[in-house]
Design a protein around this ligand. Structure first.
Ligand code: PMP
Length: 429
């Protein structure tokens, strides 16, 4: 595969941008090698600057649930852009967006639009702290909530000890306020709330973890978290930046029937434009400026072009059976990959939830972060490159979920599995 043009662009980029990229995981550091540069995308495919085509299971890291460059989304963007790119006043599409979110995710009685998932989560924890008058927050090992200071923290020597910054620049004093739990561990969560539940402003969780591969909740786990938060007056925050509108039309909160106090969204909600949102109980959301004292603002928030893209996307995914069909495709892919790995004698298990999935190079079912970390990362990296050589682009890290789209038809899945049969054999140590 010729990647000369990508190689030259990456060489130029590295002198000008940290690591040659504008977001770290794009640089292929965890799988090795160099990223390819894309100039066009359509349906299930990416086209790079050297003329190579890839079946894409990253989908711009989640938004592209109807495939790339969907004509309805593109049309909405172009039509809206003709009337101006940004007004800095209220615009009607913001109201339609808030109504749409409130209808699809009824726990969001009120909504605030922002420009990224990061903004959504850091605003949500500010609200949790402001509303409860408490300072501590709880998160889970392996969950990613964007790059807000309070989230770039790992557990100290135990969940009950002070958090430790995972990035220079995060003050120790702030990290001290973040407590870290193991996802899917019932007793750990109970013990932590028994110890200091009344100091906790909020618990934030990816209801299906998509940043440690793909880890679904054990039966009753989300309800357990709900109950602990309710008992101790802490707010339950579902970070649905990845799962929202993907694991079900109403997100993980609909799929698992657990109602959070606050929710955060991103990705799909912007249709590929830079958008995030947070929402929840009206009594909480009213505490945000200007109706309340907790400050949060944004020059481009609710941008009309971004709202148009997101609304067009949300319209498309409300088609009858959209999510059932997406899930069927995800299952066909994952069943096929497990069979292909089995034929090649490569240990592989998968997890799938609606339109997201995880590949684990392991013999056993994986649903905890510790198990995900124990998988054979080197085997994943070999498989990743073997697939890339055959024109199939998986997330360039063993710890990222894969994303299905409605543009991945049976032919695309079949072509993926043909590539996978060879790739598993090649990737075998
Ligand atoms: N929350 C989750 C669950 C995410 O997966 C991400 C990004 N992948 C974020 C928050 C941050 O979103 P953004 O990159 O738009 O800031």
């Amino acid at each position: 595969m010729n990647t000369q043009n990508s190689h030259e662009l990456f060489a130029r980029a590295q002198g000008l941008m940290p690591g040659g990229v504008n977001s770290p995981v794009r640089a292929f550091k965890s799988v090795g090698g160099e990223p390819f540069f894309v100039h066009r995308a359509d349906g299930a495919y990416l086209y790079d600057v050297d003329g190579n085509r890839y079946i894409d299971y990253v989908g711009s890291w989640g938004p592209m649930i109807v495939g790339h460059n969907h004509p309805a989304v593109l049309d909405a963007v172009l039509r809206t852009a003709r009337d101006g790119l940004s007004f800095g006043t209220p615009n009607p599409l913001e109201v339609t967006m808030a109504e749409t979110i409130a209808r699809l995710a009824p726990a969001c009685e009120m909504v605030r639009m922002v420009n990224s998932g990061t903004e959504a989560t850091l605003s949500a924890i500010r609200l949790a702290r402001g509303a409860t008058g408490r300072a501590r927050i709880v998160k889970f090992e392996g969950c990613y909530h964007g790059h807000g200071d309070s989230f770039l923290v790992k557990a100290g020597s135990g969940a009950l000890t002070f958090g430790v910054p995972t990035s220079p620049g995060v003050p120790k004093a702030l990290a001290d306020l973040t407590l870290t739990l193991s996802y899917n561990d019932f007793e750990g969560a109970t013990a932590l709330f028994d110890e200091c539940g009344d100091d906790i402003a909020g618990l934030i969780v990816e209801p299906v973890v998509g940043n440690a591969n793909c880890l679904p909740p054990r039966d009753g786990y989300l309800q357990h978290l709900r109950d602990l938060c309710t008992r101790h007056g802490a707010l339950l925050i579902f970070d649905e930046v990845m799962t929202g509108f993907r694991v079900a039309l109403g997100g993980a909160q609909a799929r698992y029937g657990v109602t959070p106090d606050l929710s955060t969204f991103g990705k799909i909600i912007g249709g590929g434009m830079p958008v995030g949102a947070y929402g929840g109980r009206a009594d909480l959301m009213r505490q945000i400026a200007p109706s309340g004292p907790i400050y949060q603002a944004g020059t481009l928030s609710g941008n009309p072009v971004a709202m148009a893209a997101g609304l067009a996307m949300l319209e498309l995914i409300q088609a009858p059976n959209f999510h059932a069909d997406l899930e069927r495709r995800t299952n066909a892919l994952c069943d096929g990959l497990e069979a292909a790995a089995g034929e090649a004698g490569v240990p592989l298990t998968t997890q799938r939830v609606g339109g997201m999935f995880g590949l684990f190079f392991s013999d056993e079912k994986v649903d905890t972060y510790a198990q995900a970390v124990a998988c054979d990362t080197a085997a994943f990296n070999r498989f990743f490159h073997a697939m890339l050589q055959r024109g199939v682009y998986l997330a360039p890290s063993a710890f990222e979920a894969g994303f299905m789209s409605s543009a991945h038809d049976d032919d695309v899945i079949h072509a993926t599995l043909v590539a996978a049969r060879e790739a598993f054999r090649e990737a075998k140590a």
